[in-house]
Design a protein around this ligand. Structure first.
Ligand code: SF4
Length: 270
């Protein structure tokens, strides 16, 4: 294998990253946060020397599910809608020697597949689960999901979602997950370090990635009809920058209107 050249900021150059870890280019819309996550994930995998020959990626249906499959140069399972955790459980039980990583979206993992998710956390099966939360079903047309915040416009809630969305950190901690984290794509460097930490965990690890969807979420919830795709993407990133706060600054009771980000381990304050 050729030596990997590295620079200080990103460790491995973008062309090398693509050559070493991608089978083909990623298919996301311009400005989609999923591409930022994919980049950070591969850099994290490279930084900890994750052996992709001994890693299986499992994803369901939706935009988030296209991150690993068929793009990563690794074994991937692209399975039925909402069943990524069920298939991943089967792989882990039959081949406990392999690292099993689930990457999928909020519609797939928490809405259609929510029951599988909470039981995987309860069982503490050593899966690594990355949930790309863009607050709706993106690929299928922008329908409401279990994480859509109250009042949000979607294709199926044209006057605003009347229901509360799941707080996935609280849901997973309540279900017994020993390691839970939440990172926004706007904080790419922090997100990359968080991904590295999650991949090193020996137990079940759940990471919520707050992603951005300028096409479905941004188009419907934008404030101005003049916004183009680039402006929408930039506005969503700026919103995350303004509205996310590290848990160390949020106070013990998390009494803040902002979205609390960071890592939670067993025994931490809720
Ligand atoms: Fe990304 Fe949204 Fe496009 Fe899906 S529909 S690729 S989530 S921008």
């Amino acid at each position: 294998m050729e030596p990997v050249t590295r620079n200080r900021r990103w460790e491995i150059s973008a062309p090398e990253l693509r050559t070493r870890y991608l089978r083909q280019p990623l298919p996301f819309c311009p400005g989609c946060g999923h591409g930022i996550f994919a980049n950070a994930f591969l850099r994290a995998a490279d930084a900890i020397s994750l052996d992709l020959n001994r890693t299986v990626f499992v994803s369901g249906i939706g935009c988030g599910a296209w991150v690993p499959s068929p793009h990563f140069l690794a074994d991937t399972l692209h399975v039925t809608h909402g069943r990524a955790i069920a298939f991943a459980t089967g792989v882990k039980l039959t081949r406990p020697d392999l690292e099993v990583v689930v990457i999928s979206g909020d519609g797939d993992l928490t809405t259609i597949g929510g029951n599988h998710l909470i039981h995987a956390a309860r069982r503490n099966l050593p899966l690594k689960v990355f949930c790309l939360n863009n607050w709706l079903f993106g690929m299928t047309g922008g329908q409401v999901s279990a994480t859509t915040p109250r009042g949000t416009l979607t294709a199926t809630t044209p006057v605003g979602n009347p229901d509360r969305g799941f707080d996935l950190v609280r849901l997973m901690r309540g279900a017994g997950a020993p390691y839970v984290a939440r990172w926004p794509v706007a904080k790419a460097a922090q997100m990359q370090r968080g991904i590295q930490n999650a991949l090193r965990e020996p137990s079940f690890a759940f990471v919520e990635i707050l992603s951005t969807c300028p096409t479905q979420y941004g188009q419907v919830n934008r404030e101005s009809l003049d916004d183009d795709a680039v402006s929408l993407a930039a506005a969503l990133i700026a919103w995350q920058e303004e509205n996310c706060i590290p848990r160390q600054r949020a106070g013990k009771d998390n009494s803040t209107a902002k979205i609390v980000i960071g890592e939670w381990r067993e025994g931490d304050e809720p």
